[in-house]
Design a protein around this ligand. Structure first.
Ligand code: PGA
Length: 249
């Protein structure tokens, strides 16, 4: 068992509008109290300022869903790590499977984004995970190890400064969650890979993501190598997200 503070991060994806965000955050803040775990919400970029202001002092950290691999300049539509920092962003998702799948993000780009985040003082949440086809072909370990290997040696930074999220692509938004045993098995592989690379690997939080909900969170979070959750759909409903937070603490 490990004694790290668990992290529950909501991933709103491309959902929310000003009024809905305010209602959701107010409902969370009203109930969250002095939770013993870390809580964050990864919100669409236009709402970072709104969420920064509403969440100030609440214990809910602001997270972004992506960051540019470039520092600054002629990259229309991109958002730099320094810009995220201006809005109090503490965490940023990097290499989410939807970015890898729909925006052709490569392992190299994921590594560059990870570096940019760290250089700006933002904790990257590096997402890894296999597709259903890869799982059925017996390639789960190979795929997640390749994705993690891309970020394991960081210039001037230690891998212990990142959070890693294992999100099997077949479990994202499908209602088909990995069983606690399936998730733990992959987390153990990732932990071993991290331990081989860093003497501080035990500090690294490994989150599980993929249809985590109020009903299955406690069992998943009880696994020895699961240090939190990256929660999509269930983070959009205050009561569900609060139950997941309660299951982590
Ligand atoms: P989900 O999404 O909880 O809706 O499956 C998780 C994620 O993609 O981060």
């Amino acid at each position: 068992m490990n004694s790290k503070k668990k992290l529950i991060a909501g991933n709103w994806k491309m959902n929310g509008r000003l009024a809905a965000n305010e209602a959701l955050l107010k409902a969370l803040i009203a109930e969250i109290g002095n939770t013993a775990c870390d809580v964050a919400v990864a919100v669409p970029a236009p709402y970072l300022a709104q969420v920064q202001s509403l969440a100030a002092g609440s214990g809910i950290a602001v997270a972004a869903q992506d960051v540019s691999q470039h520092e600054a300049g002629a990259y229309t539509g991109e958002i730099s790590a320094a810009m995220l920092k201006d809005f109090g962003v503490c965490y940023v998702l990097v290499g989410h499977s939807e970015r890898r799948q729909y925006h052709s993000e490569t392992d190299v780009a994921v590594a560059e984004k990870t570096q940019r985040a760290l250089a700006a003082g933002i904790t990257p949440i590096v997402c890894v995970g296999e597709t259903l086809q890869e799982r059925e072909a017996g390639q789960t370990e190979t795929v997640v190890k390749r994705q993690l290997a891309a970020v394991i040696h960081l210039n001037g930074h230690c891998i212990s400064e990142v959070v890693v999220a294992y999100e099997p692509v077949w479990a994202i938004g499908t209602g088909r969650t990995a069983s606690p045993e399936q998730a733990q098995a992959v987390h153990a592989v990732l932990r071993a890979q991290l331990s081989a690379a860093s003497e501080h690997a035990d500090r690294i939080r490994l989150l599980y993501g993929g249809s985590m909900n109020a009903g299955n969170a406690a069992q998943l979070l009880a696994q020895p190598d699961i240090d939190g959750g990256l929660v999509g759909g269930a983070s959009l409903k205050a009561s569900d997200f609060l139950q997941i937070i309660a299951a982590a603490c």
